[in-house]
Design a protein. Sequence first.
Length: 483
Amino acid sequence: MKIALGYTIFFAYMLILMVVGEIVAKKTTLNKEVVRKVQHILTSLSWLIGVIFFGASIHIVIVNLLGCIVLTITAFTGITTSSERTDAKRSYGLMYFGLGTLIVIIIAVYGNKDLFLLSGIPYYCLALGDGFAPLIARMFKKHNPKITENKTLLGTLSVFLVSALVALIFNFALDLGYSALFILSIGALTSVLELFGMKGTDNLLIELGVFGYVALNHFGYLSIAVQVCVLISPIIVCLSLYKKSLTLTASLVSFVYMTLATFFAGSSVLVLTVSLFVLSEIVSKLTRKKRDKSNQVYKKETRGSMQILANCVVALVFSMLYYTFKEPIFIYCVYVALAEEFADSMASDVGRLSRKRPIDILRFRRIDKGLSGGVSLFGTIASLVGVCVSVAIWCAYHNMPWAIMLIVAGVSFLGTIIDSILGSGVQALYKCNMCQAQTEKPLCCGNRAVLVKGVRIIDNTAVNLLSGIITTLIAFGIFKIIL
């Protein structure tokens, strides 16, 4: 009897919610987006109905499966216009909502029933956090800077606060013993995943991401360093998107890298990564102002996901090796990879301030500023400073032998030279037939440029990856010999 009543109440509630929402959207002057988000919020009661009447049984899986099917049909057919976005041609958010909930419930019921009640945390973070965000953002529309085309600062902050409150309520209701740091990090994770979710995919990302995060903590796999990393991630992601220093997918790659590297290698990698990121942004901004004042042509470049992936994949691989084998040699290679990347970035930014054009490292002739393979006095000094700063940050956090520090510094600086050699020797360089300028882009002035040297498939991103691999392998070989 209880099961039958549960089915009746569950589907009656969902039907009433959809019908009333449709009537309100069509018969009143209320904004359709507001109506849609209110429905989003009210769906949160369905989880509670399922828990009360079905518990961790096959029936809660069945109702969620049926719900997922209904929501998928609605998303593809557009039967209920009140449930669909008003700012997109097609959004599959409803389908992702149902699919995410179904996956989480199946894992909780058949994987580990200790997680069943915890499945409510990601569900309510999504239903309430993502639900309230646009409503609050609309209230302060005039004083709400955009982070991306469809995401705002106050909306992201609302997701953070509401989701943290959800975690706090569950913590007290179920006596979970969560720390304040973990509760806040749940809010931070939800806000970041909501930022990355486009065309409704946030409904899937939030449920799966937050559930996985809660499950890792439940089984004791989340260190304090990872929680701190997740907590500060919205600040870094929002700044990089607002300043247009990274694309949305590049920000996602950076977030995943930073979280995984911290998980595998610990707090030292987090401290070094964040410190070098902040310093790199400061140096880039200062040197950009200098170039602007001197009337030099400067075009701000938004870095893409492949560029970020090329810069961080080596450090991530060695972080995973360190986690697996617990050998210090691997963490040393991580520091080398990070220091080399930072030093190369410093050389590029500061080197452009030089009054003289750089010299091709292999051909010993002057080339245009900004082209790979060029070296200058300013850039070389900057790379040395970058290496020293990286090692200093690392040493401030860890007291390491001088021999190790010198090897890390020396090989990291060598890596910047390797980067320049590869840039001069194998990186593709083109000449535009229209403006006659040399460029590293295959297209210029709307036409295909002519390859004048290098290998066509090797661009600056490939060079960065190759130099990172070669540098860390050299470091690995040296450490193997002396340790």
